[in-house]
Design a protein around this ligand. Structure first.
Ligand code: COA
Length: 205
């Protein structure tokens, strides 16, 4: 771990990520990278370059990819990993994590989240505000669990899937990689075919 943190992305998601990092109180200095030249700073934290500049900062900064899109986040984080970057896990102090919860690099856990015991979260995941994930679940790499989504126990979410705001996933459910579960959907059957699912019960849109 280094004593400076560089956050790629200074938009809404990047700001929430910065807020969590500030509350963790582990880094003496923070900066953003963003490709939008009109953004000079966010939350009083300077934008010091574009996303492609990240590689020049690898020796001095921990680097966190704060990009909401799962595929783009994976692309950036994978390139940073290959280049040997130090990539932290960010956990808001007001998140509740059970025993034997594992979290891999580049994952952010936002305020009000509850992750119950024995759940494994992959790398580059977003566990967004107030989401809950119950016991023995597996969240694969680059998944986004949106604000207020609730996942019951022993759920498995495949790589890169996006679980929408306020949705629910019943216990023992499997959702294949690359899916979109819409806002407010209730998933009560396994989803084995890639697609967008909405409604109660959730069906392919
Ligand atoms: C499911 C979703 C991806 C569809 O987006 P889209 O492809 O742009 O779809 P549209 O908005 O064009 O809607 C298409 C149709 O699906 C319906 N629909 C869209 N989202 C729906 C949802 N969540 N539940 C039920 N119906 C939905 C629309 O009403 C519309 O119906 P109509 O054709 O009868 O008018 C999107 O609506 C959604 O739920 N996104 C989740 C956002 C989220 O979780 N954000 C969190 C950010 S941190």
């Amino acid at each position: 771990m280094k004593n400076k943190l560089l956050i790629i992305g200074a938009s809404g998601h990047g700001k929430v990520v910065a807020d969590i990092a500030l509350k963790m109180n582990k880094w003496h200095k923070m900066a953003f990278l963003d490709d939008d030249e009109s953004i000079e700073s966010a939350m009083g934290i300077k934008v010091i370059g574009k996303s492609s500049d990240a590689f020049t900062y690898i020796n001095d900064y921990d680097i966190f990819t704060a990009i909401g899109n799962n595929e783009i986040r994976e692309k950036f984080q994978s390139r940073l990993e290959t280049a040997g970057a130090s990539i932290p896990v960010l956990i808001h102090p007001d998140a509740v994590l059970g025993e034997q919860v594992g979290l891999k690099t580049g994952t952010v856990v936002m305020p009000g989240v509850v992750i119950n015991c024995c759940t494994r979260i992959g790398k580059g995941c977003i566990i967004n505000t107030g989401a809950t994930i119950d016991h023995d679940s597996v969240i694969e790499d680059y998944v986004h669990i949106s604000p207020g989504a609730h996942l019951a126990g022993t759920v498995r979410i495949g790589k890169g899937s996006w679980i929408g705001v306020g949705s629910m996933v019943s216990n023992d459910i499997f959702i294949v990689s690359g899916c979109m579960v819409g806002a407010g959907a209730v998933v009560v059957r396994d989803i084995t075919e890639v697609g967008t699912y909405v409604g109660v019960p959730a069906r392919m849109a």
